[in-house]
Design a protein around this ligand. Structure first.
Ligand code: SF4
Ligand code: F3S
Length: 108
């Protein structure tokens, strides 16, 4: 499956959700996740993310492996919040884009 990683936190650009053929993105307050059992590995979302936050689970950057489990866990927790249409990014997205170690800010 593909995985949403650290740089999505506090940005949430949502370009990714528009292209997913199986609508497997789920939304939290300041982050999105991909449901690993629903993702068909089409790779369409990866280049759409302006924050370059989406990776194949085999290519998740070192130190961000915990996001693999987090996508699985939060996609269940946020099961009622399927998101399929792009919306405005979070207000401070541009300032937070590229800031390291944003896991501490993830709201759930
Ligand atoms: Fe959806 Fe394809 Fe991205 Fe998986 S890889 S989340 S199926 S767009
Ligand atoms: Fe997040 Fe990128 Fe999608 S910032 S909401 S993974 S477009």
């Amino acid at each position: 499956a593909f995985v949403v990683t650290d740089n999505c936190v506090k940005c949430k650009y949502t370009d990714c959700v528009e292209v997913c053929p199986v609508d497997c993105f789920y939304e939290g307050p300041n982050f999105l996740v991909i449901h690993p059992d629903e993702c068909i590995d089409c790779a369409l979302c990866e280049p759409e993310c302006p924050a370059e936050a989406i990776y194949s689970e085999d290519e998740v950057p070192a130190g961000q492996e915990q996001y693999i489990e987090l996508n699985a866990e939060l996609s269940e927790e946020w099961a009622d919040n399927n998101i399929t249409e792009q919306k405005d990014p979070l207000p401070d997205a541009a300032e937070w884009d590229g800031v390291a170690d944003k896991l501490q800010y993830l709201e759930r």
